[in-house]
Unconditional design. Structure first.
Length: 94
């Protein structure tokens, strides 16, 4: 009897859909937004931008972008890197 109750409970749990109440992150409109979405969003979620924004100023955003290029090999041009850093600082600078 215990096995039947356990099995029924597990089956009911597995059949219950799990939905997260999360919204997609929409970046703020501005110059450089396109470069951020195309370059940063190509490798990871832009959720990281909003999550880290309270902690990063211009110097830290610049260091982060350079780390993505130099350490992780992100193929970001110098022109795009400047636009990305300026955008992040203006819209998500702590």
């Amino acid at each position: 009897m215990r096995f039947a109750i356990l099995a029924a409970s597990l089956l009911a749990f597995a059949a219950t859909p799990v939905l997260a109440a999360e919204d997609d992150i929409v970046l703020k409109k501005g110059a450089g937004q396109k470069q951020v979405e195309e370059n940063c969003g190509a490798c990871h979620s832009v959720d990281y931008i909003q999550a880290n924004s309270p902690f990063l100023d211009h110097a830290k955003w610049e260091a982060t972008v350079k780390k993505m290029i130099n350490t992780f090999g992100a193929p970001i041009s110098d022109q795009d890197a400047t636009a990305i850093i300026d955008y992040l600082t203006a819209n998500y600078g702590g």
